[in-house]
Write a protein that binds this ligand. Structure first.
Ligand SMILES: *Cc1c(COP(=O)(O)O)cnc(C)c1O
Length: 371
């Protein structure tokens, strides 16, 4: 509970007990808590964006392209390049972050239940609540792995309108096999629902993207973002890839001119620089492996990750205690609310070193070994 609402305020009763999404934004030496890419845009890209924004500013008296046609075309090309698909702008929708896409999906396709498998992305159930959709938690196994057999049974049992999976999953980092996604998508189709595959971390994974399944499975929808691997979180651009009818439905629920001309312009430039922006992915993957080794060296364990973060456990303190002790040393990581686990976003080399050093100090203190 974060707020005691006054009685004069006619706030929806189903919202009164909710807490807002709130990853702490506090000063730190190393911000490793929201899965951002630690590498800022190059001076060349900064200049290209600035030039584009200068050009766009000349027409800011006018509304932007309501359908963001240029940007959606550029996103379609980008997906096709990565996945060997053949999408056009009619199969891509763009909005202010994939969170806005998620909200639009709920607005367009609610009227039934939504099913997800937690622990997973906390905004799926939260947006369900805000849009008054009943959320069913299918849950993962005790060891936090995804249970496809149980998921298939739950789809048959609950007949959800919307079924959500996240792959690679946040906060665990594991990816779901494409054959399991296909099986789940068939089950979802048989109950008249949609399967929403949240691929916020797809670029970090070696697995085939679910976009390759869309042509044969129109009830499968993939949601992606420029915020993570693409190193563009501050611009707020997310997108959906799906059947053109899904995309048509998005335009029913979006607000008019939802994506500003400045955002559209900057995103198109960033997509031109995609090679540069995605070049950090390899570095981040090898840094991830280095961090995992260090965790193991400290006697901690972690879930094998296909993303730019690691969920680790095995420490003697409680998660909030260790989180605070790390913050006291200037390292901001994430307490995802799972008892005994903390999540660290892979940073640049210096940040990862700070993380490892601080953690080593705390862990060895606690076990009474030498400092
Ligand atoms: C970070 C994240 C998002 C949100 O991304 P935005 O595009 O920045 O809104 C969506 N889904 C998952 C699983 C995430 O981790």
């Amino acid at each position: 509970m974060t707020a005691q609402w006054p009685s004069w305020l006619p706030l929806r009763s189903d919202l009164q007990a909710l807490s807002p999404y709130g990853a702490p934004q506090v000063p730190s030496q190393a911000a490793m808590n929201t899965n951002e890419n630690p590498f800022p845009p190059s001076p060349k890209l900064q200049a290209a964006i600035a030039a584009k924004l200068a050009e766009v500013s000349a027409t800011l008296n006018r509304y932007p392209d309501r359908d963001a046609v240029l940007l959606r075309g550029a996103l379609a090309n980008f997906v096709n390049e990565l996945s060997g698909t053949n999408f056009s702008q009619n199969q891509v929708w763009a909005a202010n972050g994939s969170n806005e896409i998620l909200q639009s999906v709920f607005l367009a396709f609610s009227g039934g239940k939504a099913l997800g498998f937690t622990p997973s992305y906390s905004m799926h159930p939260l947006i369900a609540k805000v849009t008054s959709v009943e959320w069913i938690d299918g849950a993962r196994n005790n060891d936090l792995t995804f249970n496809i057999d149980r998921a298939l049974i739950q789809v048959k049992e609950f007949k959800p309108r919307l079924t959500f999976i996240t792959t690679p999953n946040n906060p665990t980092g594991d990816a779901i096999a494409i054959k399991d996604i296909l099986a789940l998508s068939k089950a979802v189709a048989s109950v008249g629902g949609l399967l929403i595959v949240d691929e916020a971390y797809a670029e970090f994974s070696q697995k085939v993207s679910s976009v390759s399944l869309i042509e044969e499975n129109p009830h499968l929808v993939v949601i992606r973002t420029m915020s993570k691997a693409f190193a563009f979180a501050g611009a707020r651009v997310g997108y959906l890839v799906g059947d053109s009818k899904i995309v048509d439905a998005m335009s029913l629920v979006r607000l008019p001119y939802h994506l500003s001309a400045l955002t559209q312009g900057a995103a198109v430039v960033a997509l031109d620089f995609r090679k540069e922006l995605l070049s950090s992915v390899t570095t981040l993957i090898s840094e991830r492996e280095r961090v995992v080794k260090a965790l193991t060296g400290l006697g901690l364990s972690s879930i094998p990750s296909s993303a730019n973060f690691v969920l680790f456990s095995g420490f003697a303190q409680s998660a909030p205690q260790l989180w605070q002790a790390m913050l006291d040393r200037g390292i901001l990581i994430r307490d995802v609310g799972l008892s005994g686990y903390l999540r660290v976003t892979i940073g640049n080399e210096a940040e990862n070193n700070l993380f490892i050093e601080a953690l080593a100090q705390i862990v060895s203190q606690k076990t009474g070994e030498q400092l």
